[in-house]
Design a protein around this ligand. Structure first.
Ligand code: GLV
Ligand code: MN
Ligand code: MN
Length: 438
């Protein structure tokens, strides 16, 4: 869908007079409708028939990146992919040598995903650039839109691959990770068109960046409960991800007496319930086992090996670390009591990260200038902003999502809320550029 503003450009070859910043609500609403239509388009780009699953470095991801690259080019941006496969569209500043304001999020998804987690932030960033470009407006800083490669970690079990490469914090050992089909991460990046041997070249210099802003659906119910379209993220929760492998003894389901069994799946199942019990008993803690597998995997064979994933999060790192320690000790006890071994492999441990206070205050002002009450709230979900915040000033703008539902095909946002987000981002950019709010 073309926006009204882009249509204007097509008709008028001459430069047009710059509009006053963000006064044209019709343009914002057209841009919001375009963002919604684009989320629909990307939502149909999937590895799986009938549901949205877009793992990093797959053919589906290639199509998504190519589609967004085409939209970026149409918006007048210089487009490239860095060696890690992160898509970057660059809109030049009014003068050379100026720093870059980074807007973005990710295009990869979880399995059976919704269409807004990730793409909304990329496309609202693009809409902000389209709003500048359609009136030929240049800022004292460049604006770059990033679609980070692999935020969700679905394929290799490790999230933030693109933003870690971008910030120069990618641990090279991760290149040896394998997906469930045995494909090495390094090979997947190369097949995608990236360059695993040159990931260091993806790293940017913090002094070249002005700030990072990520727009994202809230993925929780707080904005909806307060009837507010937008929120300002105060901090992003820390997270630990681990794989737990329980090793028991496989045997005949009909002949091995119960008291002689070493059932790996029973130890894993007990651990799932320990995680739930601990999280329910610990304020602010969430713990999830989202994957479970048993081998050899037959109905009449006692499971000899069971593997589960574990995801533990809290806003306060000491509480998360203490919970992980306790969980590990209790899982070990549950395994030992059954004569089962436990191998605990920590995949990731990221600390809680506050968003930059100055940028948060500017976001709150931008939301208020649009007539909405700015609510500050923490993010329980992880975001590329958690990685970028260690590199440059970072902020996040949350958009209300229906029922607080996400990581689910029922994810939904209202076009009016997307319009409010585009307007708020525009005002926030005006503020950074030192221009008065309309
Ligand atoms: C990403 O969505 C995460 O929080 O796991
Ligand atoms: Mn997600
Ligand atoms: Mn996301």
């Amino acid at each position: 869908m073309a926006t009204r503003c882009l249509a204007t450009i097509a008709v008028e070859a001459k430069p047009v007079e710059p509009l006053p910043p963000m006064t044209t609500t019709a343009i914002v609403h057209d841009l919001a409708a375009t963002v919604m239509a684009r989320c629909d388009t990307l939502g149909a780009i999937s590895e799986e028939e009938g549901r949205l699953t877009r793992r990093s470095y797959t053919q589906a991801m290639r199509r998504a990146n190519d589609q967004v690259a085409a939209w970026m080019r149409a918006a007048g941006m210089d487009v490239r992919e860095d060696p890690a496969g992160t898509l970057l569209g660059h809109y030049a500043a009014s003068k050379p040598g100026a720093p870059t304001l980074l807007l973005g999020s990710h295009l990869d998804s979880v399995r059976d995903a919704g269409r807004y987690d990730g793409p909304l932030g990329v496309l609202v960033g693009l809409a902000a650039v389209e709003q500048l470009g359609c009136v030929g407006r240049r800022l004292p800083f460049a604006v770059e839109v990033a679609a980070f490669a692999d935020e969700e970690g679905l394929r290799f079990g490790r999230s933030y691959l693109g933003s870690m490469a971008f910030t120069g914090s990618f641990p090279p050992a991760l290149l040896e990770l394998r997906d469930p089909d045995g494909v090495r991460l390094a090979d997947a990046i190369a097949a995608f068109g990236g360059d695993p041997a040159r990931l260091g070249a993806a790293a940017r210099r913090p002094e070249d960046l002005l700030a990072y802003l990520e727009v994202h659906i809230e993925q929780g119910p707080q904005l909806e409960a307060r009837n507010l379209p937008l929120g300002v993220v105060s901090a992003i929760a820390g997270a630990t991800r681990a794989t737990l492998r329980f090793g028991g003894t496989a045997g005949h389901a009909g002949t091995v007496p119960m008291e002689l069994r070493h059932d790996a799946l029973c130890a894993a199942a007990q651990t799932v319930l320990i995680a739930e019990e601990l999280a329910r008993a610990t304020p602010g803690l969430v713990a999830t086992v989202g994957q479970i597998a048993a081998l050899p995997g037959a109905g009449n064979v006692i499971p000899g090996v069971a593997t589960i994933s574990l995801d533990v999060r809290h806003q306060h790192d000491p509480a998360r670390i203490a919970a992980v320690d306790e969980l590990r000790a209790r899982a070990q006890a549950a395994a030992s009591a059954r004569g089962v071994t436990l191998a605990w492999e920590e995949l990731q441990s990221t600390s809680a990260v506050p968003m930059a206070p100055g940028l948060r205050a500017r976001l709150a002002r931008a939301i208020a200038a649009g007539g909405h009450t700015p609510l500050e709230l923490p993010s329980g979900a992880g975001h590329d902003a958690a990685v970028l915040a260690r590199f440059t000033d970072a902020a996040m703008l949350f958009v209300r999502c229906r029922g607080g539902i996400s990581h689910h095909p029922a994810e939904a946002v209202d076009v009016a809320d997307v319009a409010a987000a585009i307007a708020a981002v525009g005002r926030w950019i005006d503020d950074l550029a030192g221009e008065p709010y309309p």
